[in-house]
Design a protein around this ligand. Structure first.
Ligand code: M6R
Length: 614
């Protein structure tokens, strides 16, 4: 949800900012803009559409050389994605330029006040008021840091603001509240980014800012303060991945690269989880065994794909630990007045760690005295910081807007959590836990086997270029896989796609089935005989009504053959772990179909990677 870059140092600020925006473009791509400050004063350009439009504009009308600059790539909230609403926004005297991520909730009131004072605001955005307010402050004689502190104290909502002042060309100032911002620390230069990808090619030393903090960047270094002007400190950390992780590595899309990284990502997420004595250990589990034993109910909150990981977690936790689990969309959670107390463990799943709906839900849970455990892929992000405990997934950076390796590693973390609870509560014997860990450790190789079928799956996907609608069926742990398969197709191929619990079909959705309708069926392993039989009945019902079935079934399942128009083989795994292998063909299918339709797979329309507004 908007990418922000800032730089001050010795290099060409234009090059650093544009390169940073390229790496952050996955966060929003409705428009892009840049502002540079140098001896000439302030120069700026901004264009609707992708970053390439801005690059072309700058190539046609070069900006003056400068070593201080800020940039923005937008996911529109207030106002249409056009040139005028694009960031940066400038003050009335064109002295201050600002870029912004988030929503300033009291902007209408602040805008009215400015307009009463004869300020002319040219855009429909909430951001432009910040440029005017900052400029008023610096014009009154304070420096940009003080101006930022004063202005932020008047703002409500969630925001990251980054500003430059034409009269102070060696300084970039930023502030954050409930919105992501990281600082990169170099030698004689400093960087800002919505995430570390913005500056990873220049430095891997980063500084995480706290809530309601202002940071001032100069060549000499970085100073942090609070909104009320007191000195503060950020948390320094070393980024443990390098530039190659943020490159496509020969693939056409980041998404495709990330699908193929899944064996490694799953293996990394399992690394170091056994103690010398063979017991399961979770390093970042800051909840004591006694606190976990006191848990009588678990509520999992998440959005989108992470929500589907939560649905799988419910099956695993209830089966292995016998603790009741509710799974709830984070955006709905606090509005239903959930029953929470100290014995409820809330598990928040978020790849980015910045999803506003999930963040607000965990804040609500903590106010009600529940403990919160985050499952997150992004070190230093807000959700794990505000949680009592965390299990980090080790997927590496996920750039494609559609989550793939993020999902698989969330599943791994959910299984680990379930097994850990079973170990602490004694609901499973040590050898049973050991057996499942062994099965999990075999999964990377099994995903490799699925990936080997990619050419056949691509071929199949391309034959569906003209399908107007696709259904996905699953049962038990295969049901969330069906939902995830449908979501992938919606977001990438812009197709009508629905996932159903196969048993529910006959209660209404079967009316959708018509001649030739493609139905992808996630068939449970045969080991769960009742489930398998019931799934077979569901498949026969849709086939009888003309559907074309594409079945995902385990090796050796011959009973499925007569009912499958197309068959994709899955490795043999226990039913609870099947989502780890079953979702992979669906990712490949969606990626290839969207490619065949000519869509931008990494940056689907209307979407952004991390949704930092509610
Ligand atoms: O970063 P999060 O896991 O909190 O994001 C949640 C959803 O926004 C995300 O999973 C979204 O549904 C993806 N685009 C799915 O591919």
């Amino acid at each position: 949800m908007c990418g922000i870059v800032g730089y001050v140092g010795e290099r060409s600020a234009q090059d650093v900012v544009i390169e940073g925006l390229r790496r952050l473009e996955y966060r929003g791509y409705d428009s892009a803009g840049i502002a540079l400050v140098g001896a000439h004063g302030l120069a700026s350009d901004k264009r609707a559409g992708k970053l390439a439009n801005l690059e072309k504009a700058i190539a046609d009308h070069p900006l003056p050389a400068a070593t201080t600059g800020i940039g923005h790539t937008r996911w529109a909230t207030h106002g249409a994605p056009n040139d005028v609403n694009a960031h940066p926004h400038l003050g009335a005297a064109r002295r201050v330029a600002v870029v912004h991520n988030g929503i300033i909730e009291n902007f209408a009131e602040l805008r009215a006040r400015l307009e009463d004072d004869d300020h002319v605001l040219v855009s429909e955005t909430d951001t432009e008021i910040a440029a005017h307010l900052l400029e008023l402050q610096v014009q009154s004689g304070v420096d940009l840091t003080t101006a930022m502190q004063r202005v932020c104290s008047q703002l409500e909502g969630a925001f990251t603001l980054v500003a430059v002042d034409a009269d102070d060309p060696e300084r970039v100032v930023a502030a954050r509240r409930n919105s992501p911002l990281v600082v990169g620390i170099g030698e004689g230069e400093s960087f800002l980014g919505s995430d570390v990808a913005a500056f990873i090619e220049h430095t891997r030393e980063a500084l995480e800012l706290g809530q309601d903090q202002v940071v001032t960047l100069t060549r000499a270094g970085v100073e942090v303060s609070t909104f009320d002007g007191r000195p503060a400190e950020g948390r320094r950390y070393h980024v443990d991945w390098d530039l190659s992780a943020a490159e496509k590595d020969g693939h056409d899309w980041f998404m495709r690269k990330e699908i193929f990284e899944q064996p490694r990502a799953v293996a990394d997420s399992l690394l170091g989880r056994r103690s010398a004595s063979g017991r399961l250990q979770l390093d970042e589990m800051r909840l004591s065994d006694q606190e976990l034993r006191d848990v009588t109910k678990i509520i999992i909150i998440a959005c989108g794909t992470s929500f589907y990981a939560g649905m799988v977690a419910k099956y695993a936790i209830e089966h292995w630990c016998r603790i009741p689990v509710e799974v709830e969309l984070a955006s709905e959670f606090r509005y239903r007045d959930p029953i929470l107390d100290y014995s409820t463990l809330v598990v928040a799943i978020s790849q980015s760690g910045e999803t506003a709906d999930t963040l607000q839900a965990i804040r609500h849970a903590r106010v009600q005295r529940s403990k919160v455990l985050a499952i997150c892929n992004t070190n230093g992000s807000t959700i794990p910081r505000e949680s009592d405990a965390v299990i980090y997934t080790h997927a590496g950076p996920e750039i494609g807007v559609a989550s793939t390796k993020g999902f698989l590693t969330q599943l791994v973390a959910c299984y680990l959590l379930a097994l850990y609870l079973a170990q602490v509560k004694g609901t499973r014997y040590g050898d049973e836990i050991d057996q499942v860990l062994g099965q999990l450790e075999a999964v990377p190789g099994q995903i490799e086997a699925v990936l080997e079928q990619a050419p056949a799956i691509y071929e199949l996907a391309r034959t569906h270029r003209d399908s107007g609608s696709v259904l996905f069926l699953g049962r038990h742990a295969g049901y969330p896989v069906a939902l995830e398969g449908a979501l992938k197709l919606k977001e990438l191929a812009y197709l009508h796609a629905e996932g159903f619990a196969a048993g529910e079909l006959k209660h209404g959705p079967i009316a959708l089935v018509d001649q030739g309708l493609p139905v992808l069926c996630v068939v449970p392993p045969q080991g769960r005989d009742q489930l398998h039989d019931k799934m077979l009945s569901g498949i026969q019902e849709v086939r009888a009504r003309g559907a074309r079935t594409i079945c995902l079934a385990e090796e050796g399942d011959e009973r499925i053959t007569p009912y499958a128009d197309e068959l994709i083989r899955l490795p043999r795994v226990p039913v609870l772990l099947q989502p780890l292998v079953a979702v992979v063909p669906l990712q490949l299918f969606a990626c290839e179909l969207a490619t065949a339709l000519g869509h931008d797979v990494d940056q689907p329309r209307n979407l952004a990677k991390s949704v930092t507004v509610e």
